[in-house]
Ligand binder design. Sequence first.
Ligand code: ADP
Length: 222
Amino acid sequence: VANVSHELKTPLASIKGFVETLKDGALEETDNARRFLGIIEKHANRLDNLINDLLNLSKIESRETPLELKKIELMPLMRKITANLEDRIREKNHLLDLRVEPEDLELVADEPLLDQALTNLLDNAIKYTPAGGRLSISAREGNGRIELAVTDTGIGIPEQDLPRIFERFYRVDKARSREMGGTGLGLAIVKHIMLVHGGEARVESRAGLGSTFTLSFPSKFV
Ligand code: ADP
């Protein structure tokens, strides 16, 4: 509760501050007024994203809605996810490799949740990789498990942060995460999606070199 309150208070304090400044006279200075409204809008959007992610996480965690398990063809799902993020991948000049082996690989899972987990990982890969990076999203079967992985050649995660990276609101660099519109809940959501599927999320990363996030599903779902 203390963490959430703090996360909510930060954008709210900015909103209140800029409203105060406008009331104190900045409203009459058209250019400034416009700029301040832009900042207020940005913080209001942050609050909105934060609350949406909190509600999402709470829904998954409380197991309020039962999983809707069905057989999912991975190639079409991964194509759809990458297509949804295509504009941002192009904007940053990243190269993306998509690999599913065998090509007709299927997985039993809750499709909207699996979509969300992979989208969160690919979204992070795009965000935390400087322009012109290499990203890959892949699925393969082996040792009775199905493993989906998202890899990037981005900024990576220092070793001392790795054990805590899936905790809610844990960020390596709070300022950078906020600047990029992050809520600090993306990986906590991924972790809980994997837990309700009886699987696990792992990360391997080297600071400055890049990261690989893996979603590993148990054989009973194969
Ligand atoms: P955020 O909204 O801050 O991106 P996440 O829960 O998705 O929240 O991620 C938590 C933190 O983990 C990020 O703030 C960032 O420090 C780190 N992180 C996540 N994905 C990556 C990645 N692909 N490369 C480097 N750092 C990452």
